[in-house]
Design a protein around this ligand. Structure first.
Ligand SMILES: CC(C)(COP(=O)(O)OP(=O)(O)OC[C@H]1O[C@@H](n2cnc3c(N)ncnc32)[C@H](O)[C@@H]1OP(=O)(O)O)[C@@H](O)C(=O)NCCC(=O)NCCS
Length: 138
């Protein structure tokens, strides 16, 4: 039986390796190594999952450390899905910000509530407003 992937919080991660994993997520597939390097430098917590040293999963949290945290970019490569890795990564990240007043995430698939619920997420009431400055310049 293969060993389960090893999880590491804020471990080193070459930008090019993460760019390759991002190919499996439509919203992140066009990110460049330079952008990803900057993203990591400004991210409080990230988790990596590796099998035999190879990156198979990633997730991250941006936070002010007190009031708000945003869980983002939770991705598991296709061949490693369905074995509980995604939930393990989310649990690791949520543990790092359990003192924060509110942890948010957005997703286009409401069915993913089943995936996030064990970490404590529920469907939020109200509305989400978004601005994409690069797409819609005022
Ligand atoms: C979502 C994702 C991270 C899940 O990773 P994973 O390692 O397969 O997840 P787990 O094995 O820990 O999932 C366990 C549970 O979540 C559920 N789940 C996983 N992906 C799901 C999906 N896309 N829709 C609904 N439920 C899902 C599983 O059915 C399972 O539920 P169960 O235990 O009640 O049977 C992975 O499918 C992925 O990388 N998807 C593409 C990127 C993405 O959509 N990320 C989420 C952005 S909000």
């Amino acid at each position: 039986m293969p060993l389960p992937p090893r999880l590491k919080v804020n471990g080193p991660i070459p930008a090019r390796e993460l760019v390759a994993l991002f190919q499996h997520a439509p919203w992140a597939s066009r990110r460049t190594p330079a952008q990803v390097r900057r993203m990591l430098a400004n991210t409080e917590w990230h988790v990596t999952a590796r099998t035999n040293g190879r990156l198979v999963g990633f997730g991250r949290v941006i936070t002010d450390g007190v009031f708000r945290a945003l869980l983002d970019d939770v991705i598991v490569e296709p061949a490693s899905r369905g074995f509980g890795l995604g939930r393990r990564m989310v649990a690791h990240l949520v543990r790092r910000v359990r003192h924060v007043e509110e942890i948010m995430l957005t997703t286009g698939h409401v069915g993913l509530l089943r995936f996030y619920a064990p970490a404590g997420f529920t469907r939020a009431r109200g509305h989400t407003f978004k601005c994409h400055p690069l797409r819609s310049r005022p």
